[in-house]
Design a protein around this ligand. Structure first.
Ligand code: 5AD
Ligand code: SF4
Length: 430
C-alpha cells in the first residue's frame, strides 16, 4: 500500500484561528492525508496567520521562510496560507512557492479549490469513509466572524469584514457531533461574541445558541469569548446565570483605563462604565473569573493617561490581563501614528504586569484551602500523577491525583498553592 502523504498545520493568533485549523485538519484527513509529527517531515504545511500585531506577522514570515527553504531543497512541502494575512495582501504575488491561500472571511469558499489541488498533487489517494470531528475534551465553535467596531488601533474589521453569524441550528448539530466525538466543554467564539445574531433573520442572540446546546447530555461546560465591554448587558448575564453549564468566566478587554484614550480608540465606554459592568457581573456571579486585554502606548498616551489605566486595574482587580504594546497596523485608523517611544512602552508594560501579578497572586492565594471544580485538559509535563486543568472560572490548575485521569474528566480539587498564573492542588480523597 502506498504511504499516505502527511500534513502539518501551524497556527498563529486567536482561538478562532485554532478552530479554523482543526476544521482544516478534518478536511485534509477527509481528503486522505494524515497528520505529521512536525512541519519538518510534512508533505503539506498549512499556516493559519494572524496580523493583529506586527510580532505575529513577523513570526509567520520567518516560519514561511523555513518552509520555503525546505521546498527549494526537496520540492516539498506544499505550502498553504490561511487566516488574516491573505485578507490584507496578495501573499502569492512574488511568492510562487505559496501553493494556495484560504481567506479568513469565508474559509469554505476556498475548499473546492484546495481539494482539487490535493487530488492533482497526490493522485490516487483513497479517501476515508466518513470524517467526524476529532475528539478533544475541550472544543471550539466559531459562532460569529468579523467585527464592525472599528477600534482605532485594530486591523480586524478590515481583514475579517462585517459580522456574519452562523445558523444556530446548524451549529447545534455541529456541536452535538463534537460532543458525540468526546468534547465535554465547548467554547463559543467570536471577535465580539455578544454581537451574535444581530445580522440574522429572524434576529437571534448568543443566549439562544446557549439554550439550544445546554441540554446536550454529555456536555458539561459552555464558555464564550470575547465579550466587548459595551455589549455586556444585564439581560444576558441574568440569562446565563440560570444555566449551570455556562462557566462563570468573562473575557472583557478594557484596553485602557483613561476616558480620553478610550474615546480616541472608539471603544464606546468610559472607565466608570467598565467598572459598573464588572460590578454587575459580580452581583450575579460573586467570584466570577474576569480576564481582560490592555494596550500600552496607544498614540498620544501620556503618563497621566497611563496612570488612569493603572488606577482602573487597581480598582477592578481582575484575574488576569493580557497586555500588549501598541503596534501600528496597516489599514487601521491610527496606522500612521506611533509616538510613544518603545522604551517607554516597555516600561509601562512592565509596570502594568507587575501591578497585575500582585493582584492575580492575591486572588489566587485567596483560593487556598477551598475546593474548586476542575476539568482535566492534559497530563502535566512533570508526569508522575500530575495533571493540568481549568476551573470553571478558567484558572489554570496544576493538580496531583493518585487515580488515573483523562482529558474531559471533572474532579474536585483542594487548592494548596498559588502563583500569579494559576493554582495548585490535589484531588481530595484520591
Ligand atoms: N496593537 C497592540 N495590541 C492590539 N490588539 C489589537 N490590536 C492591537 C494593536 N494594533 C490587542 C487588543 C485586543 C487583543 C486581541 O489584541 O488588546 O483585545
Ligand atoms: Fe478589533 Fe475592536 Fe473589533 Fe475587537 S472590537 S476585533 S479590538 S475592532
Amino acid at each position: 500500500m502506498k504511504k499516505r502523504p502527511t500534513f502539518f498545520i501551524k497556527t498563529f493568533g486567536c482561538q478562532m484561528n485554532r478552530d479554523d485549523s482543526s476544521e482544516m485538519g478534518r478536511l485534509l484527513r477527509g481528503l486522505g492525508l494524515r497528520p505529521a509529527e512536525s512541519d519538518a517531515d510534512a508533505d503539506l504545511v498549512h499556516i493559519n496567520t494572524c496580523c493583529v500585531r506586527q510580532k505575529a506577522e513577523d513570526k509567520f514570515f520567518s516560519f514561511l521562510g523555513v518552509q520555503r527553504i525546505r521546498k527549494e531543497k526537496h520540492g516539498r512541502p506544499i505550502i498553504g496560507v490561511g487566516g488574516c494575512i491573505p485578507e490584507k495582501e496578495d501573499l502569492r504575488a512574488g511568492r510562487q512557492f505559496v501553493d494556495y491561500v484560504v481567506g479568513a472571511k469565508h474559509p469554505q469558499v476556498y475548499m473546492a479549490e484546495l481539494a482539487a489541488l490535493i487530488q492533482s498533487e497526490f493522485p490516487g489517494l483513497d479517501v476515508p469513509e466518513s470524517m467526524g470531528p476529532e475528539a478533544t475534551a475541550s472544543a471550539y465553535q466559531t459562532v460569529i466572524r468579523g467585527c464592525t467596531n472599528f477600534c482605532a488601533y485594530c486591523v480586524v474589521p478590515y481583514v475579517r469584514g462585517p459580522e456574519i453569524s452562523e445558523d444556530p441550528f446548524k451549529m447545534r448539530d455541529e456541536i452535538a457531533a463534537k460532543v458525540e466525538a468526546g468534547a465535554r466543554e465547548i467554547t463559543l467564539l467570536g471577535q465580539n461574541v455578544l454581537a451574535y445574531g444581530y445580522d440574522l433573520k429572524p434576529r437571534r442572540t448568543l443566549l439562544d445558541v446557549i439554550e439550544l446546546i445546554h441540554d446536550l447530555p454529555q456536555l458539561r461546560r459552555i464558555r464564550f469569548v470575547t465579550s466587548h465591554p459595551a455589549w455586556v448587558k444585564e439581560e444576558f448575564v441574568a440569562g446565563i446565570a440560570g444555566m449551570e453549564k455556562v462557566c462563570e468566566h468573562f473575557h472583557v478587554p478594557f484596553q485602557s483605563g483613561d476616558d480620553d484614550v478610550l474615546e480616541r480608540m472608539h471603544r464606546g465606554y468610559t472607565a466608570a462604565e467598565y467598572m459598573e459592568m464588572i460590578d454587575m457581573i459580580r452581583e450575579y456571579y460573586p467570584g466570577a473569573g474576569i480576564t481582560a486585554d490592555a494596550i500600552v502606548g496607544f498614540p498620544g498616551e501620556t503618563r497621566a493617561n497611563f496612570d488612569n489605566t493603572l488606577k482602573l486595574i487597581d480598582r477592578v482587580r481582575v484575574d488576569n490581563i493580557y497586555s500588549f504594546k501598541y503596534s501600528p497596523r496597516p489599514l487601521s485608523e491610527s496606522r500612521d501614528h506611533d509616538d510613544v517611544p518603545d522604551a517607554e512602552k516597555k516600561k509601562r508594560l512592565a509596570e502594568l504586569n507587575e501591578l497585575e501579578d500582585g493582584i492575580s497572586r492575591g486572588i489566587n492565594e485567596s483560593l487556598i484551602g477551598t475546593d474548586v471544580e476542575v476539568m482535566i485538559e492534559s497530563r502535566s509535563n512533570s508526569g508522575g500523577g500530575r495533571y493540568y486543568g481549568r476551573t470553571r472560572t478558567s484558572k489554570l490548575t496544576d493538580l496531583a491525583c493518585t487515580r488515573e485521569l483523562r482529558a474531559g474528566d471533572t474532579v474536585t480539587v483542594r487548592v494548596t498553592g498559588a502563583t500569579p498564573h494559576g493554582i495548585q492542588g490535589e484531588v481530595a480523597g484520591a
